[in-house]
Design a protein around this ligand. Sequence first.
Ligand code: TYM
Length: 327
Amino acid sequence: MARVLSLFTPSGRPTLGNLLGALRPSALRLTADAARTDHVYGISDLHALTSPHDPALLNERALELAGLAVAAGIDPERCVFFRQSAVPAHTELSYLLESTAHYGEMQRMIQFKEKSARHEVVRLSLLTYPALMAADILLYQATDVPVGADQSQHLELARDLAERFNRAYEPVFTPPRAVLPKAAARVMDLADPSRKMSKSMDSPGTIYLLDPVDVVRRKVMRAVTDSGSDVTYDPEGKPGVSNLLAILSACTDTPVESLSYSSYGELKRATADAVIALLQPLQERYAAIAADRSGLEKTLREGAEQARDLAAPTLAAARRAIGLTAA
Ligand code: TYM
């Protein structure tokens, strides 16, 4: 049985990269014929504690991201949708997995190296983060995990930990696989296409999901392009143009090969139109969802109950297998 799972971290304002890399591909997996428990989506608020954060804002950010996820099509009627911190099994399994993982493999994670270099004081949870992420996935026996390319290494680690645990103790976990979107696995910063569009870096090249449409248009029209004038998809030689083509392709569900433009200006206008066509209705849906805050909180509470039920048998099996057999 396939089970699709993905979580989203409320560590900053969500971006177009989050939408095209993971939120939208996750939403598109929600077909009418699937059982609700075939899809598990959530807000990984515990992951937001790995870098300096404002406690007063944590809940607001989590609710904002949950509302945006629903607005992007993560329909809570069709999936289990919950907040990670409301399901204690995540932290409990994370500890069992930390006792399966090695210090060296955590240190080798690219995201750890990049993020730890940015902070003077590095929280220990930043190092152990991939064990919690593995717990998020393995608790639900997820098979498919739609994510952006920046999470591939964490997914490989989750797979390694599942296999190592199964070998060392008993076969408890399903090794998961990452599912990357075709076009927008790595949306780049519009002002500097050599780096990933990121919610943790304030850049004029980041499109936030709640940017007003005129701001979105301005950011796209000012995107850095490349020398020459041919509109061709060549991420090495033409990173700026290729990024715009990838964004346009993902927004319109059109293969990159089928896109043809005669000038950079024309490409930019088409990309701005396509991004706005996606964001405008999303923002309208979000406004309606945000206006009913208690409704959203109730949805998350109900989702957490379902998630707790789904997670319980796997946590119990993992405890038994590792030797925690006392009641
Ligand atoms: P997060 O919150 O940083 O990002 C959410 C999702 O968006 C993707 N993404 C991108 N995709 C394409 N281009 C970009 N520029 C871009 N930026 C972000 C991310 O790859 C991610 O899929 N650790 C995860 C959240 C998480 C998780 C999990 C994911 C926690 N537990 C279990 C899957 C399964 C994170 O911080 O993603």
